[in-house]
Design a protein. Structure first.
Length: 307
């Protein structure tokens, strides 16, 4: 693989970014703050406006953004979107250039990711799986954690760029290991939120104040960064979505599929998936993951309804 700082650029690689959503936007802004040239594309053009206003160039298509770039980042919603972007007729993979590095920061399945890796490898391009862990606010402050797998040489070439976006960049293997790690972490976040809900339901039925319980949990041995981040939402039952239930369902279904492929029993995760299904039935898919903590209390609420 050619160094990304090849003859077409004098000092730093040209960067493309495809998919300017809640997480992609602050990461793009951090690249611009670091002085990098950036070309962006999103299928919803208005998503690009804040980044373009900060100095990025807007591409006419995803393929156009990739053609103008040495390193191409992507933040894509799901497997079908990933396959459509890279593997469809007119997709990016068919026009990828030898030496290009593609860095996908999405939460998608190892299976779909491996398909893209193979298609890019046939063109001499590299595919890095680099999902991030953290919130939108951590993305804005470049304090995300990043797990990266794929060709080690490509990782070394783009690590300075990843350092503009994340506080930690952990290389975890040559294939799709990073995908499995991200799904494992997300799965544990979802389970821990349900566990928190059981604790709150237990204390609430015994007469404890909700805010008191949340603070006590976070001051104890079971406190966590996740619980602390969600503390205000939990206290106030204000669940405006930073990571909506619809995304949680998508990620947990991916994890359960990987478990089935590997003959691993996940009874607690399967129960949490049932909780999420209950939320979907109540049209609560737009709420933040913190709302999952209220599900264990529903059956004990006097009217049987979510609060």
């Amino acid at each position: 693989m050619k160094d990304v700082n090849h003859e077409r650029t004098s000092s730093s690689p040209r960067i493309g970014w495809i998919g300017i959503g809640a997480m992609g936007r602050p990461m793009c802004l951090n690249l611009l703050k670091a002085g990098h040239a950036l070309t962006v594309f999103d299928k919803v053009p208005t998503q690009c406006e804040p980044v373009v206003a900060a100095g990025a160039n807007a591409a006419l298509s995803a393929r156009d953004a990739a053609a103008q770039s040495d390193v191409v980042f992507s933040t894509i919603f799901d497997d079908s979107s990933l396959r459509a972007l890279f593997l469809s007729d007119g997709g990016i993979a068919a026009a990828a250039a030898a030496g290009q590095v593609f860095v996908d920061m999405s939460t998608v399945s190892p299976e779909a990711s491996a398909e893209v890796a193979e298609a890019l490898a046939q063109r001499g391009a590299s595919w890095l799986r680099a999902p991030v862990s953290g919130t939108v606010s951590l993305a804005a402050s470049a304090q995300l954690s990043c797990f990266v797998s794929g060709p080690r040489e490509a990782f070394a070439a783009v690590q300075p760029l990843l350092a503009c976006l994340t506080a930690r960049q952990s290389y975890v293997g040559g294939g799709d290991e990073a995908r499995v790690i991200k799904l494992m972490i997300n799965m544990m976040v979802f389970m821990s939120t349900a566990v928190l809900g059981e604790g709150l339901a237990f204390g609430e039925r015994a007469g404890l104040d909700r805010a008191l319980m949340v603070d006590a949990i976070n001051d104890s041995i079971v406190g966590s960064a996740h619980y602390r981040t969600k503390a205000d939402k939990l206290k106030q039952r204000e669940y405006g979505a930073a990571g909506p239930i619809s995304l949680v369902v998508k990620d947990l279904d991916l994890a359960l599929a990987v478990a089935r492929d590997n003959a691993v029993a996940l009874p607690i995760s399967s129960l949490v998936r049932q909780y999420l299904g209950m939320m979907q039935q109540r049209d609560l898919s737009h709420l933040d993951i913190a709302a999952l903590a209220d599900v264990p209390a529903w059956s004990s609420a006097p009217d049987g309804e979510a609060r």
